[in-house]
Design a protein around this ligand. Structure first.
Ligand code: SF4
Length: 229
């Protein structure tokens, strides 16, 4: 299996763990604020294959506490199940990042015991979801199903939103709160501009506004935090 990138160590991606991050190319959304243009368009060359990843992980047994699998959208890759089985057989807990577009696959991999922690993006309020995901007319049913599955508590999870001045305002969070009612963890991540962002001209909100948005969702969830600000 072709793997488009490997970050050999991260303290930020898997809460409470020293982990590495595996990047898989291809995505079914086109979020204007996405940093991973090459990965999303499927143009990123393979950085390594699954055999090389296994060799790397064998050397890191006892040094890393977990493996993050991210994209793009990892659930689009048919070989994902085999890759996760390989990682799990080496004894590493797996964190899977997903945009929630494939609840059936998310459920299957979780029920097979191949995923220990899921981080699902919540792009915006249902009203502005398609706009924020770069897909006008997007059918929200699969995303709602992924949210319901995670809220059921079948696997440990977090929801997170990358907050962009041009895409989010108070109404976004007034709608997200009740939608995710009862969620264990919700993170608001400030947008960071870079040369590789899909659409130029986007801006972050200031810290005070992010705190105010967090205040709007806090009554609905167990833990709400800002991340990366
Ligand atoms: S932000 Fe995530 S879901 Fe959106 S286009 Fe980028 S990789 Fe895909």
């Amino acid at each position: 299996m072709e793997i488009q990138g490997l970050q050999k160590m991260t303290l930020l991606d898997y809460p409470g763990k020293v982990a590495c991050t595996v990047f898989l190319g291809g995505c079914d959304l086109r979020c204007p604020f996405c940093h991973n243009g090459e990965l999303v368009e499927g143009e990123a060359p393979a950085a390594l294959n699954d055999g090389e990843l296994t060799a790397f992980l064998k050397k890191r047994q006892g040094l890393l506490d977990g493996v993050c699998v991210t994209g793009g959208e990892p659930l689009l890759r048919p070989e994902l199940e085999g890759l996760l089985s390989q990682i799990k057989s080496l004894g590493f807990p797996v964190k899977l990042d997903t945009n929630g577009s494939h609840p059936d696959r998310l459920r299957r991999l979780t029920e097979a015991g191949l995923v220990d922690y899921v981080a699902m993006d919540i792009k915006n309020s249902p009203e502005r979801y398609g706009e924020t995901a770069g897909r006008s007319g997007l059918d929200l049913a699969p995303f709602r199903e992924s949210v319901s599955f995670l809220l059921s508590g079948a696997v440990d999870y977090e929801f997170r939103t990358t907050v962009v001045r041009e895409l989010h305002d108070g109404d976004s969070f007034r709608a997200i709160g009740p939608w995710l009612a009862g969620a264990r963890r919700y993170y608001l991540q400030s947008f960071v501009d870079r040369d590789t962002v899909l659409r130029a001209g986007l801006h972050p909100w200031d810290r005070e506004s992010l705190e105010a948005f967090a205040g709007l969702v806090r009554p609905w969830m167990e833990r709400v935090q800002l991340r990366g600000v």
